[in-house]
Design a protein around this ligand. Sequence first.
Ligand code: HEM
Length: 180
Amino acid sequence: MQMGTQPSSLIGLLFFKTVRYLPYFNKKIDMVLNDYKFLTDYCKEQIVKHRNEMKGSDYDKESPPKDYVEAYLRESEKSPSFTDIQLINSLFDLWIAGQETTANTLIFSVLYLLHNPEIQNKLHKELDVIIGSDRRINLSDKNSLIYVNAFINEVQRSVNLLPQNLLHKTLKDVKVGKYI
Ligand code: HEM
C-alpha cells in the first residue's frame, strides 16, 4: 500500500507500457508487482484451504458461512460467474483499499485527540447527546453527528491520507468544452 502511494510507483503504473523499460521506474514497478504477487499468492492459499475444509466430512453446509471466502465459494457452486480469479481480485481490493486507509485514520485520530483534549470533550459531548450510552452507533446516525464527521474529515485532510486518487480512464472520447 505504501509503495502504491509513492508518486514514482503511480507514474510507473500510469505509463506502464513505456516506463517499465526505464531505469529507476522499472525497479519501482517490480516492487509493486512483487507485492501484488505476494498478496494474491496468500489469497490463493486461503482459497485452497477453505475449499479443503468445505470438502471435509464434518463440514456443515447449513451453518452460516464463517467468512467472505466461504460465502463466496458456496455461491460459486451455484453459479459459474463466481470465478476464482474474481474472488482473488476482490480479496486483494478489500485488503489493499481497506487496511492502510482505515488504520491511518484511526491512529492519527488518537494522536490528534491526545494533543487536543478539548476536541475529545466536544466529541464525547456530541456522542452523549445523539447516541447516549445504551445502544450501538450505526450508519444512520452519521448525518446527525456533525462534529464527529467534521473531526474525521479534518484528520484525513491533515494526514494527507490518500494524496493520489485511483487511476481512471474513459472508455470512449469525451468532449469537455472545446477539448476531446
Ligand atoms: C478511511 C478509510 C478509507 C478511505 C479514506 C478510502 C478512500 C478511497 C478512495 C479515495 C477511493 C477512490 C474513489 C474513486 O475512485 O474516486 C476508494 C476506493 C475504494 N475503496 Fe476505499 N477508502 C477507505 C476504506 C475502505 C475500506 C474499509 C474498504 C473495503 C473493505 C475500501 C474499499 C475500496 C474499494 C474496493 C475501492 C474501489 C472502488 C472502485 O472500484 O471504484 N475502502 N477508497
